[in-house]
Design a binder for this molecule. Sequence first.
Ligand code: MG
Length: 374
Amino acid sequence: MSRARIESVTTSIVDLPLRRRHKFAVTEIEQQSLVLVRVRTADGAEGFGEAVAPGGPWWGGESVETMRAIIDGYLAPIAVGHDLAEVQALRAKMDRQVSENRFAKAGLETALYDAWARSLGVPVHALLGGVVRDSIPVTWALGASDADGIITEATAKLEAGEHTSFKLKMGSQDPADDTRRIEKVATALAGRASLRVDLNASWDEPTATRYLPRLQDAGIELVEQPLPAWDVDGMTRLADRLDMPVMADESLRSEHDAFRLARAHAADIFSLKVTKSGGFTVTARIAAVASAAGIPCHGGTSIESSIGTVAALHSYCTLPAVTFGSELFGPLLTADDLLIEPLDYRDGHLRVPDGPGLGVVLDEDKVRHYSREE
Ligand code: MG
């Protein structure tokens, strides 16, 4: 029997409370729900992965309930009985037998790599090619609350010396009011913080053409995904009109998207996410396209707990194209942690661990405590 034969893949849904409500363009959450994926090998080694989407199916069509059904019913049977060293062949088979469902695939692929790296006694980043950086800057996301609430929260973060870069969520209200709200924040924090906005695909091209120059004039340094995911032509025209960089997120899920966006000059920066792209494999392919096109990459988040966050961290620290920092703030927004030792946030940076696998130890009591009743 092979030492690294995959014996079982099991899943559970975990509901982790947040420190404060987090508001997106179309929904608001008080807890983040995730699917914890557990891979066991024949020799008893375990690997973990997290399948998670930001606040439900609005972002990419997947929810914890659909991810769990896809993993249990369709992806796990492809992996069980095979050797962990076949992970690339297994991923290719998963893509042939299950279309899309990238958030689900990311959870399982992460668990397979964690188990494989643990069985070899090396960190996951070694299997991904080795680190090119041992830490990454972390931008704090302020959600889409009112201007005074944002200014108070950002000022506290600045005074604590924790963060100087902030992302503001937009798109949940009338564009004129939304723009005035951000202008007020930009004026209050001018010279003390760098601010970027994420519209989560909420505006059409005429609205973006009207209001984005005002945000640029207010000192906003970057706009993320102003237009719907499909509107690559509109993104190209906006990127051409604006001096501030346009970042692609919802438009960018596969290496094919990356190629199309690069060829169309539709984005100045790519936001990578291990979750939205189905794991380490496709994230690295997107980063390779970005390198070929001279497009810097940002390490994005789907508000993962510490498990998904450390998985993304291993990926982003191995990719030379990730020169535009990260937003790996998930564990700072959750009210509790699923790890024995929390991740190493220091001076606005997150440091990648060097232990075997993902380099973290799960707190099984916490996992049980927050697991959804079946
Ligand atoms: Mg985004």
